[in-house]
Design a protein around this ligand. Structure first.
Ligand code: ING
Length: 310
């Protein structure tokens, strides 16, 4: 048995006017709840220090920069790191990163139980659009505010196992899970901010978004025999609703714990990393069953190449 007690720390809405100090208080309250449950690891959402600002088109650089972190931990997040160290809890934390070179990424870090950063991931799959789109009911400007991640999909040895990270839209792409599956990932951590309606198709509402969320988490876990921990920032931010549904999925693809609210809520499960072994040794023993000589299109192409017309 290699037990990891996991707390998915779902956040309710963060309003545009909310300060980092106020957010940090909420994050630390969740950390205390996780500690009381005996958590080894807490998983916070994507961009969990601010409102989901890609829904706004802002041109003033000073205003834009206020949504980014230039250091991690910074002054407002240091108390959270100090508490994590006191509690002996490892942490996944999503935030907007502004590098010294002026590059902007949608980033997540993994810390160990001493609150030391052991891994960093930068979101590869950026959904939405790069320019203001007047046709949309609301904007989704991740291609405007961020550049694609430049770190790939690494995994890290931590907490007695092999851990990976991704962010939000990444969870919809099977390549994300398989790239880490091919490195032996045993627990994949992710945060998300998912609007509950489609800005381009009003008929696609919350029920469909919740269904698709479960679908991609369960398939990714099953097809790579890995645990998946997915944590939402949920609820209505300045009138813009996002789904909850934070979940812990086991290596057979079953949801073993899921959020009941769209607010600050701990979703807890005692996970045994050894549960990943059977799938990796049988149906998803990649070395025995995969035929990469037939998979060339997956890395050889970007978009669709249609067959010739009849
Ligand atoms: N949000 C959404 C997500 O992938 C989205 C964007 C929703 C894209 C639904 C397509 C369909 O969950 C982020 N932040 O990626």
């Amino acid at each position: 048995m290699r037990m990891v007690n996991v707390a998915a720390a779902q956040m309710g809405p963060i309003q545009r006017a909310e300060t980092r100090a106020q957010v940090a208080e909420r994050l630390m309250a969740l950390m205390h709840q996780a500690h009381d449950l005996g958590a080894d690891l807490i998983v916070y959402p994507e961009l969990t220090l601010t409102t989901f600002f890609p829904r706004y088109y802002v041109t003033d650089t000073d205003e834009i920069n206020r949504w980014y972190e230039t250091e991690m931990p910074g002054a407002e997040t240091q108390p959270l790191f100090d508490l994590a160290r006191q509690c002996g809890i490892a942490m996944y934390l999503g935030y907007a990163e502004l590098t010294p070179e002026g590059k902007r990424f949608n980033t997540a870090i993994l810390t160990d139980k001493q609150a030391q950063i052991v891994g960093k991931y930068r979101k590869v799959h950026l959904p939405g659009h790069a320019d203001f789109d007047p046709e949309r009911a609301f904007q989704h400007l991740e291609k405007y505010y961020f550049e694609p991640g430049d770190l790939g999909f690494p995994v890290w040895r931590a907490l007695g196992g092999i851990f990976g990270m991704c962010i939000c839209n990444d969870r919809r792409w099977p390549e994300t899970y398989r790239t880490m599956g091919l490195q032996g990932v045993e627990m994949l951590l992710l945060g998300y901010n998912t609007p509950s309606v489609n800005s381009q198709r009003a008929s696609e509402g919350p029920a469909e978004r919740y269904f698709q969320n479960d679908l991609v988490l369960q398939s990714g876990a099953y097809q790579n025999s890995t645990w998946v921990v997915a944590t939402a920032k949920a609820g209505s931010e300045d009138g813009n609703h996002m789904i909850g549904g934070s979940a812990i999925v086991n290596p057979e693809g079953h949801i073993v714990a899921q959020a009941k609210t769209e607010d600050d809520e701990i979703v807890f499960h005692a996970c045994d990393l050894d549960d990943t072994e059977f799938g990796k040794k049988t149906i998803f023993d990649f070395a025995r069953h995969r035929r990469p000589e037939h998979y060339g299109r997956i890395t050889g192409q970007v978009g669709v190449e249609l067959p010739p017309e009849e």
